[in-house]
Ligand binder design. Structure first.
Ligand code: HEC
Length: 158
C-alpha cells in the first residue's frame, strides 16, 4: 500500500495526467481508487488533491470589470493546457466547447472541475453526465488556484 502510494505520487509528478487520459479513454472511471494516497503528496505534486475540500461560492467572487491582465494569462494557459480538448466555440472536440460556459455553470463549479477534477468526476452528477457523453475522463491539469482563476477570467470573455 505504501509503495503503491509512493509510486502513484511519483507518476503524478511525471505527468500521469496524459497517461491516464490515454489509459482511461472511454472508461467510466472504474477502479483507480485515487482518493487514497493523493493527499500525502510530497512537495512536487498537484497543488490540490482530488479529495481536498471543494471550492465554495464565497471563494470565487468576480470583480465588476474584467481584468484583462488575468484574461491574457488565462488565454495563454488555455492554449498550452486546454486547447487540445476544448474549443472556444460550442462544438465538442474531446471535451465540450467553452462558448457561453459561464451562462451554464457556476464559477465555483468550474473552479472545482479544474482543480478537483477527479473528485468532481466521482461525485458531481453533472460532471458525471458529461463524462458519459464525452467518454473521456478529463485529466487534472495541475493548475494552481491562481492559474485556474486566470482561466476563469478568460472564460468571462467567451
Ligand atoms: C485530455 C483532454 C482534456 C484536457 C487537456 C482538458 N480537458 Fe477539460 N474536459 C475534458 C472532458 C472530456 C470534459 C468532460 C468531462 C469528462 O468527460 O471528464 C471536460 C470538461 C471540462 C469542463 C466542464 C465543461 C462544461 O461545459 O461544463 C471544464 C470547465 C474544463 N474541462 C476545464 C478545463 C481546463 C481549464 C483545462 C486546461 C487547464 C482542461 N479542461 C483541459 C477534457 C479535457
Amino acid at each position: 500500500m505504501k509503495t503503491r502510494t509512493l509510486r502513484m505520487n511519483m507518476l503524478k509528478g511525471l505527468g500521469l495526467s496524459t497517461a491516464v487520459a490515454l489509459m482511461v479513454a472511454c472508461g467510466g472511471g472504474e477502479g483507480t481508487d485515487q482518493a487514497a494516497g493523493t493527499n500525502t503528496a510530497p512537495e512536487a505534486a498537484a497543488p490540490a488533491a482530488p479529495n481536498a475540500d471543494l471550492i465554495t461560492a464565497d471563494q470565487v467572487k468576480f470583480a465588476e470589470t474584467i481584468d484583462q491582465g488575468k484574461v491574457a494569462k488565462g488565454k495563454e494557459i488555455y492554449e498550452v493546457k486546454c486547447q487540445a480538448c476544448h474549443t472556444l466555440g460550442s462544438n465538442r472536440v474531446v471535451g465540450p466547447g467553452w462558448k457561453g460556459i459561464l451562462d451554464q455553470r457556476k464559477p465555483e463549479w468550474i473552479m472545482n472541475m479544474i482543480l478537483h477534477t477527479d473528485a468532481m468526476l466521482e461525485t458531481d452528477p453533472e460532471a458525471q453526465a458529461m463524462l458519459e457523453e464525452c467518454l473521456v475522463r478529463m485529466p487534472n491539469q495541475n493548475l494552481t488556484k491562481d492559474e485556474a482563476l486566470d482561466v476563469l477570467e478568460f472564460m468571462r470573455t467567451l
